[in-house]
Design a protein around this ligand. Structure first.
Ligand code: LLP
Length: 410
């Protein structure tokens, strides 16, 4: 969906240069076709197997993206009351929402109960009691799965690994059976499943199969105890290539999960990055090329405020020049923010001139969603390309909006 025609970069049927001219930079540009093909690969992988694809809203919660996915029949995985409201505003089904997260507040639990969500993924004994009390007070019943921590090393960046015993997430396997027994006696909750999530940007299949195996052992122990679950939520996590070795294909990943979790259990999966990650670029204009005795820098109008992943996780995103014809130079691609950590890419060989455009690839996930206003920088606009059409799906933030809720002293 992102390709060159006569050495000029296109997104679907539209030239990136034309998009930048019309909507300005920095700009997030998404491809509807790519989002849809990623989603469809998941759906096709499950085929007739009972399943639910719960797109992880945290990866990119823009209403247009949720809308595209809702129209394909996607369900949603949320981690806050705010994300629930995004799903509602985008017209998503609420009764198939799964709610994860280690620190759900009582207000968020009440909101989710009133919305009639599909499942609470419970992360502690404290939270189980909290959900039970909220449901009793509300005169309803909460469907729950306990999120267990399978103690599996996902072989990913330590900041996005979640399924090891030293992580804050989930309930230790050794405590799971006792907590399920307790859940079975609690008013206001109905045990429906087991959940786990071992981490993000997984680049091999083995850890998720290992986790699924451990979860199935627990399911058998529970069954022996007379506690039957109906679904297994295996979490999200499949990685994308980021210009290097491609991770497993969605189809192969899903097939392995389907083999590891036998019928008749319904499989819930919570992909975020692998649905939207490679469906977006961050478009930025080079302000100037600065050369020092040590290095050359392409100083762009996008910064760590739009893409924090290189600074936070040492992530490497491919960077594509808008036009490929020209003199290639080795540069650090940096932003205007006052931090040395403010770089989009280092030591890249690119056609760079002041005023020319670069597209930072693989910015559909965890880019706009993690954007900040540091240095009083308004967040960029976002557009969704659909064939020959370009839809503004988020307007550029105004500077006045940045301090609209602030007050000087009386
Ligand atoms: N389900 C749960 C419970 C999660 O915690 C996550 C991600 C997902 C699903 C979706 O995972 P995905 O399919 O997108 O890998 N900001 C980081 C990633 C943080 C992921 C947090 N949890 C990054 O930019 O790499």
């Amino acid at each position: 969906m992102f390709h060159y025609e006569n050495d000029r970069l296109f997104v679907e049927g539209v030239a990136v240069a034309a998009i930048a001219k019309a909507y300005g930079t920095p700009l997030f540009v998404y491809s509807r076709a790519k989002i849809e093909s990623n989603y469809r690969e998941y759906a096709a992988g499950f085929g007739q197997r009972a399943h639910e694809i719960c797109y992880a809203v945290k990866a990119n919660g823009n209403l247009a993206i949720l809308d595209v996915l809702a129209r394909l029949g996607s369900a949603f995985d949320i981690v806050s009351g705010g994300e629930l409201e995004r799903v509602r505003a985008a017209g998503g089904e609420l009764n198939t929402v799964t709610f994860a997260g280690v620190g759900k507040s009582r207000a968020e639990i009440d909101l989710a109960l009133a919305a009639g969500i599909g499942c609470f993924n419970i992360e502690s004994a404290f939270e189980l009691d909290l959900v039970s009390a909220a449901a009793v007070a509300g005169g309803c019943e909460a469907p729950v799965a306990l999120r267990v921590n399978p103690d599996v090393d996902a072989n990913t960046h330590p900041y996005i690994s979640t399924g090891m015993s030293e992580n804050k997430f989930g309930i230790p396997m050794t405590e799971a059976v006792a907590l399920y027994r307790h859940a079975a006696t609690l008013p206001g909750v109905r045990v429906t499943g087991v959940a786990c999530h071992i981490g993000s940007q997984l680049t091999s299949i083995a850890p998720i199969v290992d986790a699924a195996g451990r979860v199935m052992t627990l399911v058998e122990q529970l069954a022996a105890d007379g506690i039957d679950v109906e679904h297994i939520d295996i979490g999200g996590g499949l990685g994308i290539a980021y210009g290097t070795t491609p991770p497993p294909r969605i189809a192969d990943y899903v097939a392995a999960i389907c083999r590891a979790i036998p019928e008749p259990y319904r499989i819930i999966i919570e992909p975020g990055r692998s649905i939207v990650g490679d469906a977006g670029v961050l478009l930025t204009r080079i302000q100037q090329v600065k050369t020092t005795p040590a290095k050359s820098f392409a100083i762009c109008d996008a910064a760590m405020t739009e893409l924090i992943r290189p600074a936070l996780y040492q992530a490497v995103h491919p960077i594509l020049p808008e036009r490929r014809d020209g003199v290639v130079r080795r540069v650090d691609v940096v932003g205007p923010v006052c931090e040395t950590a403010d770089f989009l890419g280092r030591d890249r060989d690119l056609v760079v001139d002041s005023g020319s455009l670069l597209a930072v690839a693989d910015c559909g996930a965890y880019a706009a969603a993690m954007a900040s206003n540091y240095n009083a920088r308004p967040r960029p606009a976002e557009v969704l390309v659909d064939g020959a059409d370009v839809h503004v799906c988020r307007e550029r933030e105004s500077v006045s909006a940045l301090f609209a809720g602030e007050h000087r002293l009386p």
